[in-house]
Design a protein around this ligand. Structure first.
Ligand code: ADP
Length: 186
């Protein structure tokens, strides 16, 4: 047996309201996984919607197309040993079930904070506009969000620090053998 470590692919899928903390946690986790020498790709709604899916809007049909294209990318990467960190509101349960079926080692992370907290954070200034009625299809305000029923990981970002949320993900990945257990006392 060689002692070369063969990395396992997986798809860590962050779903939740805008401002819940998907990008923040995924970015911090990406940094940590890279520091551990792992191959990682982060796919993020904000950047993907400026490139791969820039032609799409926020109707149910377009949201589904957005996730379908991203799923294709996540599928190719995760089956080839890459750690995929995907951060998308992805409000529909059935669509997330499709991602689960299509990708390798799908792990659903429900990034949760109450709507009031997300609105108060208003990272992108969008909640103010949504509550003013200026955005007709804003998730959680004027468009649905279907909560995950059986997510592998739940993050309560109004109660946890970013470091705690990241640690929860790392622990899950280590305990399930998706990444090597880090040496302690670093
Ligand atoms: P999303 O990607 O879900 O739209 P962002 O990551 O852009 O959300 O914004 C989340 C905001 O919440 C950031 O300002 C972040 O600093 C803050 N925050 C506070 N606690 C946490 C936590 N435990 N995890 C993630 N974000 C947190």
């Amino acid at each position: 047996m060689s002692n070369h470590y063969e990395q396992q692919g997986f798809t860590l899928w962050f779903t939740g309201l805008s401002g819940a903390g998907k990008t923040t946690v995924a970015t911090a986790l990406e940094k940590e996984l890279r520091a551990r020498g792992l191959k990682v790709e982060r796919l993020d709604g904000d950047t993907v919607r400026k490139s791969l899916t820039r032609d799409l809007g926020f109707s149910k049909e377009d949201r589904d197309k957005n996730i379908e294209r991203v799923t294709f990318v996540a599928k190719l990467l995760s089956r080839n040993g890459v750690a995929v960190l995907a951060a998308f509101i992805s409000p529909y349960r059935a669509t997330r079930a499709m991602v689960r079926a299509e990708t390798t080692n799908f792990i659903e992370v429900y990034v949760h904070a109450p709507l009031e907290v997300c609105a108060q954070r208003d990272v992108k200034g969008l909640y103010a506009k949504a509550f003013a009625g200026e955005i007709p299809d804003f998730t959680g305000v004027s468009d649905p969000y279907e909560e995950p029923e059986n997510p592998e990981i739940v993050l309560h970002t109004h109660l946890e620090t970013v470091e705690e949320s990241v640690a929860k993900c790392l622990t899950y990945l280590e305990e399930h053998g998706f990444i090597p257990v880090a040496e302690t006392a670093r």
